[in-house]
Design a protein around this ligand. Structure first.
Ligand code: NAD
Length: 269
């Protein structure tokens, strides 16, 4: 189904946004929605071919975009990538720190190398991209908006997800510190906390959780993933992208430092 990206009249004309992990899933939809709203968008991802496919989609729709090969765990790659975006489009106004993966296993079987990989992508990646973007946002206090892709798991725990839950909780702390430090430079921060969204990240988990929990794949979807929603419906990439648009254009710092749960009632703060 073709996504409706024009349901709001929000304009990002003249703004420059960097979206990490934007070759796929949630990041891709945010990039497409931001470009549709008029922003120049950098599609930063490990997967440059995937990023460039999104760039082509945006350009074909009349928007402005650039593909950036970036591993968010590598400081030099992050700094070079952010500098490249600023050189191409003038500065950085919005950072969506979204790149992420999932590795599920009970704690007693969780490989330390997997734990470190999860922390590197979710927490180090958020820190490094923030630090690189602030260099531009703090210039003459021009300001900006940083949005971290948290999860319901920033607030809630599930079995098998020790590293993911810990990393997603950590983003709340980073966002709160940035809200306090960034205010004097007109920088705001937010965390968006989606419920289950049907992306490759979630598709991969269905058979894994089925095996680990000893239940059918249908039961993983119905009971584990959607059991606590009010409508038995997956959160959509559009639900998340519209929330990101709203937060990126909110006219004051009233919402800074806060997290926003987008989960069809699964988790209510
Ligand atoms: P996805 O697998 O569809 O996309 C993730 C993207 O991140 C991919 O394009 C991948 O190449 C990229 N990526 C992975 N490691 C990277 C790295 N080191 N550097 C740069 N890019 C990297 O996943 P998604 O479901 O769209 O997830 C996006 C974010 O949303 C993640 O942070 C995830 O934790 C979060 N999230 C997802 C869900 C969900 O149900 N899908 C729910 C809550 C939060």
């Amino acid at each position: 189904m073709q996504a409706d990206r024009s349901i709001s009249n929000i304009s990002l004309k003249g703004k420059v946004a960097v979206v990490t992990g934007a070759a796929s899933g949630i990041g891709r939809e945010i990039a497409l929605s931001f470009a549709n709203a008029g922003a120049a968008v950098a599609i930063a991802d490990l997967n440059l071919d995937g990023a460039n496919r999104v760039v082509t989609e945006i350009k074909q729709a009349g928007g402005q975009a650039i593909g950036i090969e970036m591993d968010v765990t590598q400081e030099q790659a992050v700094n070079n990538g952010i500098d490249k975006v600023a050189a191409a489009f003038g500065s950085i106004d919005i950072l969506i720190s979204n790149a992420g993966i999932q590795i599920v296993n009970p704690i007693e079987n969780y490989a330390y190398s997997d734990w470190k990989k999860m922390m590197a992508i979710h927490v180090d990646g958020a820190f490094l991209t923030t630090k690189a973007a602030l260099k531009y946002m703090y210039q003459e206090d021009r300001g900006g908006v940083v949005i971290y892709m948290g999860s319901v798991h920033s607030h809630e725990a599930s079995p098998l997800k020790s590293a993911y839950v810990s990393a997603k909780h950590a983003l709340l702390g980073l966002a709160r510190v940035l809200a306090k430090e960034g205010a004097k430079h007109n920088v705001r921060s937010h965390v968006i906390c989606p419920g289950f969204v049907r992306t490759p990240l979630v598709d991969k988990q269905i058979p894994e959780q089925s095996k680990a929990l000893g239940i059918s794949e249908a039961d993983v979807i119905k009971n584990v993933m959607l059991g606590n929603t009010v409508d038995g419906v997956f959160t959509t990439v559009e639900d998340v992208a519209q929330t990101a648009l709203f937060l990126s254009t909110f006219p004051s710092a009233a919402l800074t430092g806060q997290s926003f749960v987008v989960s069809h009632g699964w988790f209510m703060q």
